[in-house]
Design a protein around this ligand. Sequence first.
Ligand SMILES: Cc1cc2nc3c(=O)[nH]c(=O)nc-3n(C[C@H](O)[C@H](O)[C@H](O)COP(=O)(O)OP(=O)(O)OC[C@H]3O[C@@H](n4cnc5c(N)ncnc54)[C@H](O)[C@@H]3O)c2cc1C
Length: 470
Amino acid sequence: MLNDKVKHELITIVGADNVQDSKASLLVYSYDATPQFQSMPDAVVAPRNTDEVAEVLKLCNEHHIPVVPRGSGTNLSAGTTPVEGGIVLLFKHMQDIIEIDEENLTVTVQPGLITLDLINAVEAKGLFYPPDPSSMKISTMGGNLNENSGGLRGLKYGVTRDYVMGLEVVLPNGDIIHTGGKLAKDVAGYDLTRLFVGSEGTLGVITEATLKLVPMPETKKTILALYEDIEAAAEAVSSIIAHRIIPTTLEFLDQPTLKVVEEYAQIGLPTDIEAVLLIEQDGPQEVVDRDIEKIAALCRDNQAIRVDVAKSELEADALRTARRTALSALARLKPTTILEDATVPRSKIAEMVRAINDIAREYKVDICTFGHAGDGNLHPTCLTDVRNKEEIHRVEQAFEAIFHQAVELGGTITGEHGVGAMKSPYLHLKLGDEGIAAMKGIKQAFDPNNIMNPGKMFAKSERKRVVVHA
Ligand SMILES: Cc1cc2nc3c(=O)[nH]c(=O)nc-3n(C[C@H](O)[C@H](O)[C@H](O)COP(=O)(O)OP(=O)(O)OC[C@H]3O[C@@H](n4cnc5c(N)ncnc54)[C@H](O)[C@@H]3O)c2cc1C
C-alpha cells in the first residue's frame, strides 16, 4: 500500500506534477483495451528518464509496491490492469528517437515512442521497420517490445522480436543493465534481450531499445481474392506457402467482418461473399510481378471466384487500412467485443477455421474471424454483452474450447496479444506444469518480491474477469 511517506518520496524523485492520485486519474488507468477487467491503482507516476525509473523501482521494491508499466494500454490481455493495485508507470516523458544510425542500420528509441512515429521517421530516410501492429497509430514501442507484437507484414518479415538488437532495462532492484547492442554477432552470455522481449512488464522496465532496420523494398503489389467458401480461402493460404511463396501480407476476413468493415470504411469491399484474402508482396519489380501472378493462379486453383489487383498504391493503402480497422469496426456492433488470437501452424488454418465455426454453433455465440492467416494467427472475435451473464458464460466456454483446439493442432493460446491476466489460466495448456515452473524460476530470480506487474502471466486461480477494488 502506498502511504504518505512513500508518496512523498515518489514526488521527490519525479516531481509533484508527475505523481497523480486523484480518483479521476486512478479510474482512467484502472483498465486497458481488454473488456471485463478493471482494478484501481494507488498512484500514476511518470518518470522523466532512466535514472528516475531506477529510483522509483528501488523505492517500490523496498516497500513491496506493485509496479505496472503502461504504454498506451491497447493490449488485449489485461496486461496493464493493476490487478493488485500499486503504481502505474507512464512513459509520456520518454518518447524520443535517440538515434537513427544509417551506417549500422539501427534506430535507438525510448519506450513511450508511438510505433507509427518510428516507422515514419525511418521511412523518411529510405529505411524500413517492418513490425506494424494494427494499433500502430497509438501503440508505443514499450508495449510492442513487451508483447512481442506482430502485424500485417509479419509473414515475410517476422515480429518485433526479430528486430530487437539491444535493450536498456531497469531491474526491480533499481539496477540498470544493457543487453546486446548494435552488433550483428554477439554471443556473450545468456540472450537476455530475447528474454525481456515479450515479458509483459513482469521482469523489469525497458527504458531504451536498439532496433534493426532494413532497406525499403523497391515496390509492392496488393491483391484481393474473393471466396464463396470460407474453407477454400483457408486452403489457398496453405497452398501459397506450400508453393514456397512468402508474401509480405496474407490476411483473412470472413463475411461478417467484411460487412462491418465495409460499412465503416466504405471503400467498396464486396460483402456478398464468404471470405476474402488480402495479399501483398514486396521486393524488386520482377519478383513482385512473378509472385503476384503465381499467387493469383493459386487462389483461382483453390476456388477463388475473383482475384482483383489494386490499381494504385492509394487503393492498396485503403485495403490495408480497412483491414486494420477490423477490430474497431466490429466493436461498434455490440456493447462488448472479446477478441482472441489462438494460433496454429499455417498448414492447419482450414481445420482451425472449421473448428471455430463449429464451436460458435455449439455454444450459440456470434464469432467473426479475421487475422494474419499466413502466420496461422486468427482473431476469432465474439460480439456480446457483458451484462448478459448467461451468454458471457457460453462465450468463455467457447473460447476455452478454441484454445484447446489450437493447442491440439500444434498451436498456441496467443500468437501476439500476450498472456496478461486474461489468458493466465490457460498458460498450462501450452506449457504444462513443468514449463510454468521453469518460467516462475526466472521470474523469482529477477523479481523476488514480485513487484513487476503482479497477477499477470501466472494464474492464481481459475478465470476471473471483473476485478474492481476502488
Ligand atoms: C484495435 C487494436 C488492434 C491491435 N492490433 C494488433 C496487431 O495487429 N498486432 C499485435 O501484436 N497487437 C495488436 N493489438 C494489441 C496491442 O496494440 C499491442 O499489444 C501493443 O503492442 C500494445 O502497445 P501499448 O503501448 O498499448 O502497450 P500497453 O498495452 O500499455 O502494454 C502492453 C504490455 O507492455 C508492458 N509495458 C509497456 N511498456 C513497458 C516498458 N517500457 N517496460 C516494461 N513493460 C512495459 C505493459 O506492462 C503490458 O504488459 C491491437 C490492439 C487494438 C486495440
